[in-house]
Design a protein around this ligand. Structure first.
Ligand code: GDP
Ligand code: MG
Length: 439
C-alpha cells in the first residue's frame, strides 16, 4: 500500500523525472527502432548520445511512464533534426533557376527530374530539362519520353556530345527563351567513381546551379550515410530527394542524409509515375522512422490533459496548505480523465486500505463530493475554512446539491483532514500519517 500510495502521490504532483535508470527499456527500444529503420549505426549512436542527456531531468507528465515520455522526446528531436518545416525549392529572381541532379545509377534521378518539372509546371514555372546522360543509349530517350508525357521540353545533343557542354548550352537556351527553371539530369554509376564525381563537379563549376539535389534511394539503407558524405564533400549538395519511399523501407536514410550533409530533404518519391512526388514532412518521417505511433498518441493525449506549470502550482499549494476545493475538483477531474480515480481516493482518510469493491464505493463518494463542491460559491471553494463555521452555508450547499447537511459537514471535515495529510506527505513524512504505513 505504501508503494502504491507513493506512486499515486508522485502522479498527483508529477514529480517523476527522467533518469538513466528509468528509461533503460525505452533507450533500447529506440536504438532498435532506428536501426530497423536503416538509420546508419554511427548516426544512431550520435543521435542517442545527444538526446539522452537532453532528456535527463525532464519531468514526466502524469499518466504516462518515463519510458513513454522519453520516446516522445526522441520523436520531437527527430523532427527537429530533420527540419521543423518543409524547405521549399530555391527560386531566384533572375531566371533561370538552375537545378542539378546527382546520385548513383538507378536511384531515380531521371524520374525525379521529370517529377520536379511537372511539380514546377503545375506552379506555372516554365521548365527545361537537360539530358546529359550520354553513356546509356536509352537514357536520353527516357527523358524525352517523360518530357512529352508532361509537356515539358527537353534539351539534348545526342550521345556524342560532352555532358559539360550539353549542360552549359542547355542553360544558355533557357536564358534566351526566358525559361524559369532548368533541371539538369546527369549520369550515375552503380558506385561512387572518380569519373562520375569529376564530371559532376565540372558541370557544377560550369553552370553554377542554385540547387544541387542528391537523389537517394530510400532502400539504400545504412550506406545512405557514406554516400551522402562523399557526394557532399566532393560535389557539394544543397538538398536531397528521397526516392522509392513507397517501398517497405522505414526511411531511416532521411535521418542519415540530414545528419551527414546538414542539408534538407526537399521531396520524397512515392512511386514510378511522374505525379508520385511529395514535399518532405519531418513529422511524418519521424513517425515512420520511429514506428511508435501508439506511444506518441498516448503522450500527446496526456499532454493535452495536464499542464505542467499547473501541476507545479498545485504542489506548492499542497505544501502550503492552500489547497482548496477548486484544486480538489481539478485534481479529481484530471485523475478521472486518466482513469485512475483510485489514486485520489486513497488520499481520503480511512480509504487507504481498500479492496476494488470498496474503491467503487469511493468513486461514488467522490461523485457526491463533486456535486456538493459544484454547489459552493467561488468564495467558499477558495476558502474551505469559512464552511466550518457557517451552518447556514452548509445548509445552502446541501439543498443545492440534493444531499443532507451531515453529508456536507462530512465533506468539510474530510477535506480538512485530507489537506493536512497531503501536506505531511508533501513534506515526505509518510510515517506520521496514521493508518498509512500500517501504523
Ligand atoms: P536514374 O538511373 O537515377 O536516372 O534512375 P531512374 O529515374 O531511371 O529510375 C530507376 C528506376 O526506379 C525506374 O524503374 C523508376 O521507375 C524507378 N523509380 C524511380 N523513382 C521511384 C519511386 O519513387 N518509387 C518507385 N517505386 N520507383 C521509382
Ligand atoms: Mg537516369
Amino acid at each position: 500500500i505504501a508503494e502504491r500510495l507513493e506512486g499515486a502521490w508522485k502522479k498527483l504532483r508529477g514529480q517523476d523525472e527522467i533518469s538513466p535508470s528509468n528509461i533503460r527499456d525505452a533507450l533500447r527500444d529506440v536504438r532498435r527502432a532506428l536501426l530497423e529503420a536503416d538509420v546508419n549505426l554511427q548516426v544512431v549512436k550520435e543521435f542517442i548520445a545527444e538526446v539522452e542527456p537532453k532528456a535527463q531531468g525532464t519531468k514526466v507528465i502524469s499518466g504516462i511512464s518515463p519510458d513513454q515520455q522519453f520516446i516522445k522526446i526522441v520523436y520531437d528531436e527527430l523532427v527537429a533534426v530533420m527540419g521543423e518545416t518543409n524547405v521549399p525549392l530555391i527560386e531566384v529572381d533572375t531566371a533561370p533557376t538552375i537545378i542539378l541532379m546527382a546520385g548513383l545509377q538507378g536511384t531515380g534521378k531521371t524520374t525525379a527530374t521529370a517529377k520536379l518539372a511537372l511539380h514546377l509546371h503545375k506552379l506555372n514555372r516554365s521548365c527545361l530539362m537537360v539530358a546529359t546522360d550520354v553513356y546509356r543509349p536509352a537514357a536520353i530517350n527516357q527523358l524525352t519520353t517523360l518530357g512529352n508525357q508532361i509537356g515539358v521540353p527537353v534539351f539534348d545533343m545526342g550521345s556524342d556530345a560532352n555532358p559539360v557542354d550539353i549542360a552549359r548550352l542547355g542553360v544558355e537556351k533557357a536564358k534566351v527563351e526566358g525559361i524559369n527553371t532548368v533541371i539538369i539530369d546527369t549520369a550515375g554509376r552503380l558506385q561512387i567513381d572518380a569519373d562520375m564525381m569529376g564530371e559532376l563537379s565540372r558541370i557544377k563549376e560550369t553552370v553554377k546551379p542554385h540547387e544541387t539535389l542528391l537523389v537517394v534511394d530510400a532502400m539504400t539503407g545504412q550506406e545512405a550515410a557514406s554516400l551522402t558524405h562523399v557526394f557532399n564533400k566532393q560535389v557539394g549538395i544543397s538538398g536531397a530527394i528521397l526516392s522509392k519511399l513507397d517501398g517497405d523501407s522505414r526511411g531511416g536514410a532521411a535521418l542519415s542524409v540530414r545528419r551527414v550533409s546538414g542539408t534538407p530533404i526537399k521531396f520524397v518519391g512515392i512511386g514510378e509515375k511522374v505525379e508520385a512526388l511529395q514535399p518532405f514532412y519531418p513529422e511524418r518521417m519521424a513517425s515512420r522512422i520511429l514506428g511508435m505511433g501508439d506511444v506518441l498518441t498516448l503522450v500527446e493525449k496526456a499532454q493535452e490533459e495536464i499542464d505542467i506549470a499547473d501541476a507545479e502550482k498545485m504542489q506548492e499549494k499542497i505544501l502550503s496548505a492552500k489547497f482548496d476545493f477548486t484544486d480538489f475538483l481539478k485534481q479529481m477531474r484530471l485523475l478521472k480523465n486518466m482513469g485512475s480515480l483510485g489514486g485520489i481516493i486513497k488520499m481520503i482518510p480511512g480509504m487507504n486500505k481498500l479492496t476494488d469493491e470498496q474503491l467503487q464505493k469511493g468513486e461514488t463518494q467522490l461523485k457526491r463530493y463533486e456535486a456538493m463542491i459544484n454547489s459552493m460559491t467561488i468564495e467558499e471553494r477558495n476558502n474551505p475554512e469559512i464552511l466550518s463555521s457557517s451552518p447556514n452555508r452548509r445548509k445552502r450547499i446541501a439543498k443545492g446539491s440534493g444531499y443532507k447537511d451531515v453529508d456536507v459537514s462530512k465533506l468539510v471535515g474530510d477535506f480538512q483532514k485530507m489537506r493536512s495529510m497531503m501536506q505531511k506527505m508533501g513534506q515526505g513524512d509518510l510515517s506520521k500519517i496514521p493508518g498509512m504505513l500500517g501504523n
